[in-house]
Ligand binder design. Structure first.
Ligand code: GLY
Length: 358
C-alpha cells in the first residue's frame, strides 16, 4: 500500500475506533453554498450543522477532504512554487464533534495520533493557543488541555493572535479560536539562518517550523455585519494536511519530494529535460506538479475552465501552470502528460480520477 493511503487509513481508523463515522469527501464544488467557489476545508459540508440549520445521524465524523484554496479568504495560489508545503489542491484529514466532545479530547487524540500512531518525536513538536483580543478571550481551556493531557512542556506552547489562531471559513459563517500542532523540521530548513539576529519561531517566516494540524473550536458565527454571535453548542473542527504528514513520515525536505509528487516531477524532468532542484530553480516544476492536481480534480468534479466564477479561477490556474512551464522550455501543451502519473499515484484512492480520465 502506498504511504499516503496508509496515512489516510490510519487517520480514519484512529477516529473510527473513537466513535466517529467515516463520511466521504464532499465534491470540490460546494453544494448549496453561494459564499464559496471551491470547497476549502473539511468542515464546509457540515456548515449547516454548526449553524443549527441541519443535523446528521452521528455526532462525530472523520474524513479526508479534497480542498482547493485559490480564492476568497483562503487563497494560497501565490505561495505555490516558492513554498515547499503549500498547494492549490490538497487533502485535509479532519475529525469533527458536533456538540459532542470538546477541547480535551480533540487535543489528546491529535497528540496520541501524531506521537503514538505516527511516532513523531514530541521533541520536534510545538502547540499554539489563541492569545485573545478585544473580541474573544484567551483560550485558557485549550491551554489547560495541552498542559494536562499531553505533557508538552510550557516552553513548547506559544500564544498567537487572530491571524494564526482564530479560524474562519469565510467572511461570514462558523468560526472560533484554534490550536495548532507545528513541527520543527530542523535548523537546516531555516531560509534566514545567515541573517544576523534571526530567531526561528513558530508562525515565523523562515520555513523551519511547519503547521501540521489545526484544531478549531467552533463556538461562534460571524454575520454579514462582522458581528460574532455565540453558537448554542460548541463543536470541534480539525484539519491536518495529508501532504505535510507524508513529508514528515517519508523523512523528506518538501511535500514535492514525497511519493505523491515525485512521479509528477519526474515526468516534468523527462518532458523538459530540466533537472529538478529544491531551490528557486524548481519553482516551475512545483507549480506544474501542484496545479495539475487542482486542475484534474476540479475537472473530475465537473468544473471546466471558463470566463467567469470558478471556471475563471480554474483558467487562471491553468494559465499559471502553462506560464511556468514555458520557463523550463515547455512551449507546447504538456499538462495533459502529467495526468497519467497522477492517476497512477492517486486513482486507487480517488476513483473519479480514473472514471473521468478521458
Ligand atoms: N477548518 C480547519 C482548517 O481549515 O484548518
Amino acid at each position: 500500500m502506498s504511504k499516503h493511503s496508509e496515512i489516510r487509513n490510519q487517520f480514519i481508523g484512529f477516529f473510527r475506533e473513537r466513535g466517529h463515522t467515516h463520511v466521504p469527501s464532499a465534491p470540490l464544488v460546494p453544494q448549496n453554498d453561494p459564499t464559496l467557489l471551491f470547497t476549502n476545508a473539511g468542515m464546509n459540508q457540515f456548515k449547516d450543522v454548526f449553524l443549527e440549520q441541519g443535523s446528521r445521524s452521528y455526532s462525530r465524523a472523520v474524513n479526508s477532504q479534497k480542498c482547493i484554496r485559490v480564492s476568497g479568504k483562503h487563497n494560497d495560489l501565490e505561495l505555490v512554487g516558492p513554498s515547499p508545503s503549500h498547494h492549490t489542491f490538497f487533502e485535509m484529514l479532519g475529525n469533527w464533534s458536533f456538540g459532542d466532545y470538546y477541547k480535551t479530547e480533540a487535543i489528546l487524540w491529535a497528540w496520541e495520533l501524531v506521537t503514538g500512531v505516527w511516532g513523531i518525536d514530541p521533541n520536534r513538536l510545538y502547540a499554539t493557543v489563541f492569545a485573545g483580543d478585544d473580541e474573544v478571550p484567551r483560550d485558557e481551556e485549550a491551554l489547560e488541555a495541552w498542559t494536562e493531557q499531553t505533557g508538552i512542556s510550557a516552553d513548547r506552547i506559544s500564544f498567537h493572535g487572530r491571524k494564526d489562531n482564530f479560524w474562519e471559513m469565510g467572511e461570514v459563517g462558523p468560526c472560533g479560536p484554534c490550536s495548532e500542532i507545528h513541527i520543527d523540521l530542523g535548523a537546516e530548513f531555516c531560509r534566514r539562518k545567515d541573517e544576523p539576529g534571526h530567531r526561528c519561531a513558530v508562525n515565523g517566516d523562515c520555513g523551519r517550523m511547519v503547521e501540521l494540524w489545526n484544531l478549531v473550536f467552533i463556538q461562534y458565527r460571524r454575520d454579514a455585519e462582522g458581528i460574532l454571535h455565540p453558537l448554542p453548542r460548541r463543536h470541534v473542527d480539525t484539519g491536518a494536511g495529508l501532504e505535510r504528514i507524508l513529508m514528515v513520515m517519508e523523512g523528506v525536505r518538501s511535500n514535492f519530494e514525497t511519493s505523491l509528487f515525485t512521479p509528477l516531477i519526474a515526468q516534468l524532468v523527462e518532458l523538459s529535460g530540466e533537472p529538478y532542484h529544491s531551490d528557486a530553480r524548481g519553482i516551475p516544476h512545483r507549480v506544474a506538479a501542484d496545479h495539475i492536481r487542482a486542475l484534474a480534480f476540479a475537472l473530475a468534479d465537473g468544473v471546466l475552465p471558463s470566463n467567469e466564477g470558478r471556471g475563471y479561477v480554474l483558467r487562471r490556474v491553468l494559465r499559471r501552470a502553462a506560464r511556468y512551464g514555458r520557463e523550463i522550455g515547455l512551449e507546447t501543451p504538456f499538462l495533459h502528460r502529467l495526468v497519467e502519473p497522477l492517476v497512477e499515484v492517486m486513482g486507487n484512492d480517488w476513483h473519479e480520477l480514473k472514471e473521468r480520465y478521458d
